[in-house]
Design a protein around this ligand. Structure first.
Ligand SMILES: [Cu+2]
Length: 359
């Protein structure tokens, strides 16, 4: 606020009369906008949905029912697939990867993009894959050029700028942060780029509530993405067939049993409890839970052992559908190793189970 001299002029029959008037006026003191800058590449990787090659809930070899998805032979791809993943780098040379505290528990997800209300997010995106892919964000404000509907060609770079306006920020009914997501959205691919693995979380915090890569009022943040990755619809299906099978049967892609074997029921792209979260007793945990996919991607995320509060309600199961994004706060009270799984029976037995340990 500044004191500013204003001149008031009045038109009189014989001329003008002006006098100086001291008045308090608000001079908009434009605060410096914080730019959150990220360097993200989309890369091709060999991904393993179950690296330990067993069921970590039972600690036993896969059963015949589980082998429907896990077995690899001349006609089946198994649990390793070529996929694409968003990875974080330190600068636009894309030579030095950035390792964050989130990484151990993110699985196939891209890096967590974080910003506060009023910030700008600037992402320098490099496409290191062999297909045109993009980054399309939810929640934040963009123009058509920054919407991420157009594929960035392989080996090219594009700079996205997204504004974290009040329309992207938590309301008074929300907690200190809310979940959005970003994913590749090259429309002509019909979701093949998402099934390839290109998805990640974006969190928006109330002003002043983002410290040490988390909300000030929680101890840890956890991200859980429930999805049946349909590898039949991935950009990499042909590559996977060629790399992991020896079949010459051109019709195999329409074989229902083959198709079933490629439906990977996962949490963060990991199956049969290969996704594991860690925390300490008493920690205030903010869970960010989301989903993407098809009509089979209606999931009921269930925590054993502890309850959560989501949207003001006490729950131990929350329902999510394709492109749902939810926040659930837990006080990690009950020590032990607990399941956090989809409660849709078909999904659970097909591998959509993670574990969380409270030490
Ligand atoms: Cu489910």
């Amino acid at each position: 606020m500044k004191k500013k001299a204003l001149f008031f002029c009045v038109l009189l029959p014989f001329g003008f009369s002006c006098k100086e008037e001291n008045e308090i006026v608000l001079i908009p003191n434009e605060p410096q906008q914080t730019v959150r800058e990220y360097f993200v590449a989309a890369e091709e990787i060999e991904w393993d949905y179950a690296p330990q090659n067993k069921n970590l809930v039972t600690d036993a070899p896969f059963t015949p029912e589980e082998l429907v998805f896990m077995a690899s032979d001349s006609n089946r791809i198994g649990h390793k697939y070529m996929k694409a993943k968003y990875k974080l780098y330190s600068d636009n040379s894309f030579t030095t990867p950035v390792v964050t505290e989130d990484d151990d528990e993110l699985g196939i997800l891209g890096p967590v993009l974080r910003a506060e209300e009023g910030d700008k997010i600037k992402v320098t995106f490099k496409n290191k894959t062999s297909f045109p892919v993009s980054m399309h964000p939810h929640g934040v404000k963009y123009d058509n050029n920054n919407e991420g509907l157009v594929g960035v060609p392989p080996n090219s770079t594009f700079i996205y700028e997204w504004d974290v306006t009040s329309q992207a920020a938590p309301t008074s009914a929300d907690g200190s942060s809310i979940l959005w997501m970003y994913h590749s959205h090259v429309t002509e691919n019909m979701g093949m780029d998402i099934y390839a693995g290109l998805v990640g979380p974006l969190v928006v915090y109330k002003k002043g509530m983002l410290t040490n890569s988390k909300a000030k009022d929680v101890d840890k943040e956890k991200f859980a993405f429930f999805s049946v990755f349909d590898e039949n619809a991935s950009l990499y299906l042909d590559m996977n067939l060629q790399k992991y099978t020896t079949t010459k049967n051109a019709m195999i892609k329409s074989d229902p049993d083959f198709q079933e074997s490629n439906k990977m029921h996962s949490v963060n792209g990991l199956m049969f409890a290969h996704q594991q979260f860690g925390m300490n007793a008493g920690d205030k945990i903010r869970w960010y839970v989301f989903a993407l996919g098809n009509e089979v991607d209606w999931h009921t995320a269930h925590w054993h052992g502890n309850t959560v509060v989501s949207k003001g309600y006490r729950e131990d199961v929350i329902s999510i559908g394709p492109a749902s994004m939810l926040v659930a706060d837990m006080v990690a009270e009950n020590q032990g190793t607990w399941q956090f799984h989809c409660h849709v029976h078909d999904h659970m037995v097909a591998g959509m189970i993670s574990l969380y340990k409270i030490m």
